[in-house]
Ligand binder design. Sequence first.
Ligand code: ACM
Length: 636
Amino acid sequence: MNKALSIFIGVLISTSAFAQGDSNMGIIPAPVAITRANGNFILDKTTVLVNQSIDGAKIADLLNAFIVTKAGFALRETKVTQANQKAIILTSVGADKLPAEGYTIKVTSTQIILTGKGAGLFYAVQSAMQMMPDKVADKITIPAVDIKDYPRFNYRGTMLDVCRHFFPIPFIKKYIDQLAYYKINTFHWHLTDDQGWRLEIKKYPKLTTVGSTRNGSIIGNYPGSGNYLTEVKGFYTQEEAKEIVKYAADRYITVIPEIELPGHASAAIAAYPELSCFPARDTFVSDKTPWAGTKKGKQVQQTWGVFDDIFVPSDNTFIFLENILDEVVAIFPSKYIHIGGDEAPKTYWKESPFCQALMKEKGLKDEHELQSYFIQRIEKHLNEKGRSIIGWDEILEGGLAPNATVMSWRGEEGGIAAAQQNHDVIMTPGSMGLYIDQRQSMSPDEPVTIGGLAPYQKIYAYDPIPKVLTADQRKYVKGVQANLWTEYVKTPEKGENQAFPRLLALAEIAWSPVERKNLKNFTEERLPNHLARLDKMNVNLWVPTPIGQSDKPLTGGDFTIDLKVPISGGKIYYSLDGSRPSENAFLYSAPIKVIVPQGEKRVMKTIVIAPSGRRSVTTETILNNGAPDTKPEAKK
Ligand code: ACM
């Protein structure tokens, strides 16, 4: 160790008050109202489980299965309770008066009463599970409390792109399990794109025999530093998709399929070239990419971007798409079908004599109106089937289809414009942290991502209701969603790493009232236990960096560095000599004092290691006491 540097272990012991002392009882998302009372309910082997609700038998079983994992024994299930019998009771009495998806929990020294119906009762059980600390001598002690809870938004969503990379069914189920635990109720499944068509369509088998396979991908960020010629392929059979719909529905999650049109259609066009304005033209391959000059005919795209070859608005295309959508609605019972609508370049439509003639015939003044015509034809078909469309915010261009819901992704403007036109809106602006394909920190250890910075705190800070909307217009904001695009996410493990803990922040902004938001309580009191649980369940979460560590340079000569471990049971290791910290570095156990002589600087580097061994990125803080050359490094 540099002898000019002194380190003292401070006397303060770092506090790690987790769920037990937490005013939200450890629950994510934070409940609407929570009032502590005196006493505790002590769950032990004498406790019985009573289902008196209309539809709660399966939900009671779920709770009992959880108690087995937590306590090591199952509760006896009965229909009635004796006086003074310790019981957990599921009931629907009074549930009709609760808001949609709402529930109450009342814990006294003799009973835990969970009130709700359907999703509400299911959410009561999720909260009850989250409230339970570990057992001590075969007993679980739950503080007496009254909880009243219901969601702020009825659409709480997350989108998974399975086209850029394919994600197998067991992963989708594991993901859905976590969504349910956090009261996220919508799984938007992005099933078709330029790089792959992922849903079996019986009438058009080439969509999957041709459209679900590409020869490779670029290495690293676009345009790539080479290519790997490993096929990327995969699709879901209709039976598998139905299995996911049921699995999700059992957890009160709606699956919304997305079938992209008129753009992002290269995979479909590769299978059926007649869907293009120019069937004989080769698929365009950017000369910046390793594939330049190698492609002939129509291809499933092997790299990322926006491509000119989009669906031709011919009757043949509409019949094709309507037939596809008829199969889609038979698989997915969701009220909404997502029809994409984003990033559809108009170049081919401008060049196509057919499109120009059609515009003239229909009195459409430009290609945006042609896009609107396209979307409206599709909307009409889906409305006739009793369904409604959602589209990305480009569907505003050229005029909104009459009943469309707009998903605002290019900032909030599209959402604001749609709400001002009395259309429903889902907010998912990339600029506000909702694009969870972006990086989570500035550490050079971060994996390759699409770029941008979206730490979970940025999502947490976002309020999905834009202030410029009037009280009346605000009602059109139906919810909020985080999107996981997968250009740079090749594996389920990396998918989990991108999603967690950010989906927990999403859950809180989607469910909890704004007044209940509290980043400090979320980060320091509740998140650590939740992350430890995910870690234990082998969810490959992104382990946060130490709480309290500055990623900006600090100036002075005498520093007290006070950190908190961001994941229960995890450890912080640090170095002060420039080395990369690991288990061999100093173990942080209490605030440390660092003295830096005048004119010098030190770099504190940290790493967090979770109980499983999962590691955070390294973070560094420059401690600068007037060193002459700190500026360039400080920018790092
Ligand atoms: C999008 O990110 N293109 C909706």
